[in-house]
Design a protein around this ligand. Sequence first.
Ligand code: PMP
Length: 473
Amino acid sequence: MVGWLHSGGSTYRWKLTVRLITDSGPIDIRVECPMTENHPVKPQGGRHNLDPHLDRYAARTAGMTASEIRALFSVASRPEVVSLAGGMPNLAALPLGTLSTQVAEIIAEDGLVALQYGSAHGIPVLREQICEIMALEGISAHPDDIVVTVGSQMGLDMVTRLFCDPGDIVIAEGPSYVGALGSFTAYQADVVHVAMDEDGLVPEGLRAALEDAKKNGRRVKFLYTIPNFHNPAGVTLAVERRAEILEICRTYGVLVVEDNPYGLLGFENQIYPALRSLDPDNVVYLGSFSKTFASGLRVGWVLAPHAVREKLVLAAESATLCPPTLNQMIVSRYLSTHDWKGQIKIFQENYRERRDAMLSALEQQMPPGCSWTHPDGGFYVWLTVPEGVDTKAMLPRAVTARVAYASGTGFYADGFGSRQLRLSYCYPTPERIREGVRRLAAVLESEMDLVRTFGNVKSRAISGPESPSPDTA
Ligand code: PMP
């Protein structure tokens, strides 16, 4: 029995009436459990009836809200719905037979290590291999400065925990990764968005935001940026802008947090120089095996300036004691025995085929007034719809028409994004992508008709960034 009931001036923890239907008519049985000292009176109200712990939550939970697509997920994940909402990597090309043999070998040969606690820092051999991977982007790092994490999401959480007090500002691209916004909100940081164009973050916008914060006496803790194949915007920071952005951050004394899970997924196998390679002392770099190997293993890493690394290890210890040893060993063995670069090429080709399917379908199907980005790597296209259409209000209608997307407001901390939406091409087949875009175009057409007839179609006000979920990740 959930809830707290008042009745006739007396207070009960709960009260139940059961009606028995007997041969001689109905009999009501009343069961009452009055308040006692051990079970004091709780505040009343519908929300308390739903969650009796409501008064106990920390203030920092106030901004935590579930993503709208999570709410729609049970419908959106039905096979007849084409989901262009999720950011799930397409793992079909992985060598599952080889991997299962390797996992069995690890346990047979080294099981007592693989199944044991390890160090919060991560296993040394994997940290060395991570250095080799990052060298591809021009990063020269020592394995001691890497902390292995449970996905880069944990890295984001730890970095925010280490640097942000309530009310500090984090600068992020607008739009930005929903999971990062969730971490910033959880630590009560205020997010200030800086606009992007087709070349990524706009340096003048960054300078203006920092100047503004300075004038208002606000503390900016770091710039959070996804320079390559942005989630959700699908754009890449131009190489010519990289040094300038780093210089601006140095001038204003602001740290840079570079989140780069998609950097090796360029469709021409192009690799951009990491921000970390250009300014090792002022950049914390977040990496992940989620998009280049297997997201379910939950293995990522943080590369931090030496002094920060000490604190990160302590934060990691208090969060998880250590990252899973078996999973680290699986990743390590895969890297040392498998042609992982060849595997990444296969992923690139799969994603490029899907990107092509989406862009040509958009070109053919989208009504006039829509525009979208043209990613050259990664998973996402960012679509802008005509004035008056609200993508959040439109989402239930799209799901009814058997297509799902992630509406733009979830990617902003400040309520922007109602004219935008994110389309993911990573997971569905090209045929499904074409069908999904066709359905979306039809929904948009009828939405635009509605707007022409009745004016704006508004969604309910949003309360802040939404929590990440695998379906919107
Ligand atoms: N950063 C970005 C930009 C992402 O898109 C994601 C997941 N989609 C993450 C971080 C988290 O990835 P993971 O925890 O799986 O490494």
